[in-house]
Design a protein around this ligand. Structure first.
Ligand code: MG
Length: 340
């Protein structure tokens, strides 16, 4: 198998801000497209580096992809062996491994001539509805974003900064849709308890990652003192994190770029469910390529936050569709995306 990397630039319609990170002024990001060729068939993957997780960079992804070629050897159907070896060889490169993992699954699906949902034994009619994310901004800009995205039945509102309860009130005053919120580690324990109880009047479905990661006692205390379900995101990085989170949260958010791709995402879904947790499939700053890869697993989960293609203006791929939020999977072999 031959592996090739290429830079992909994506531009946001509005600069995308969250509690622990402010977007650059131009609102653009660079990802890496990873192609794996075998017998004339091309598997496609995508890596989006998040400095928050292990300080990953574009350079690191390209370096890992180059070194991974010798691990890929000759048989793409030895997926489990290959991915185990990637985990061992590159312990701090989750999105680089995710990009390779996604390309390998795409390749295997194409070689078999079946879409990935079929490879995983899933029903494409059982996909969940994705939310549409409203990033942090001034209240007028947040309301403008809400208006531009009218018709979505679920919004995820980014909070965790000063004035966030006013933002939330303004959004609730302007929509009857389901609202979930994400504090992206922005509160401390007492502030979280106070704000989560206060937001009950806005009929909030769930609260994501109220406090900084690794504070398990803090999460437990919050959960015992509020009624709205709590979801881990920055705390639920890979499948190894889930047993520790049992009893601390009600739900986990899984993202391919954190957990090293489809292989560990599938494991996380099953482990989460076996601990009685509900599961969301989420995303980072990715194109339709890796969003569609994640969407193939979505018939297994209760919640989806697979919307980044809706927030960018220059998606290089066509894949999943989300009319009114409902996820529709392409019916082509592998991931099934087409380059535009
Ligand atoms: Mg989150």
């Amino acid at each position: 198998m031959k592996i090739k990397t290429e830079l992909m630039h994506l531009t946001y319609k509005h600069p995308f801000n969250i509690a622990r990170r402010k977007a650059d002024q131009k609102g653009g990001i660079t990802n890496v497209k990873i192609s794996i060729e075998h017998d004339g068939v091309l598997g496609l993957g995508e890596a989006h580096p998040s400095p928050y997780y292990y300080g990953e960079t574009i350079e690191r992804i390209i370096d890992v992809a180059k070194k991974a070629e010798s691990i890929l050897a000759t048989d793409p159907f030895l997926l489990e062996d290959i991915i185990d070896e990637l985990y061992r060889a590159f312990p701090n490169a989750p999105s680089a491994i995710a990009g390779i993992d996604i390309a390998l699954y795409d390749l295997v699906g194409k070689l078999l001539g079946i879409p990935l949902y079929k490879y995983f034994g899933l029903n494409p009619d059982s996909t969940p509805t994705t939310d549409f994310t409203i990033g942090i901004d001034t209240i007028p800009v947040m309301l403008k974003k809400l208006k531009e995205a009218s018709g979505y039945p679920i919004y995820k509102v980014k909070v965790g900064v000063e004035g966030d309860m006013d933002m939330l009130k303004a959004i609730r005053d302007n929509t009857d849709a389901v609202i979930r919120v994400d504090a992206n580690t922005g509160w401390d324990v007492d502030e979280a308890i106070e704000k989560i109880n206060e937001m009950e009047k806005y009929d909030i479905e769930l609260v994501e990652q109220p406090i900084p990661a690794k504070n398990y006692e803090g999460l437990k205390k919050i959960r015992q003192n509020v009624n709205i379900p709590i979801m881990a995101d920055e705390d639920s990085v890979t499948s190894e994190d889930i047993p520790t989170l049992a009893g601390c949260v009600d739900m986990i958010n899984i993202k391919l770029m954190k957990c090293r791709g489809l292989r560990d995402a599938l494991r996380m879904i099953h482990i989460g469910h076996s601990f009685g947790m509900k599961v969301m499939l989420g995303c980072m700053g990715e194109s339709s390529l890796s969003l569609t890869a994640a969407a193939h697993l979505s018939p297994l989960v209760e919640y989806a936050d697979l919307d980044n293609n809706l927030l960018i203006i220059d998606d290089p791929f066509e894949g999943l569709k989300q009319p009114n939020g409902r996820i529709l999977l392409p019916n082509r072999p592998g991931i099934g995306v087409i380059e535009k």
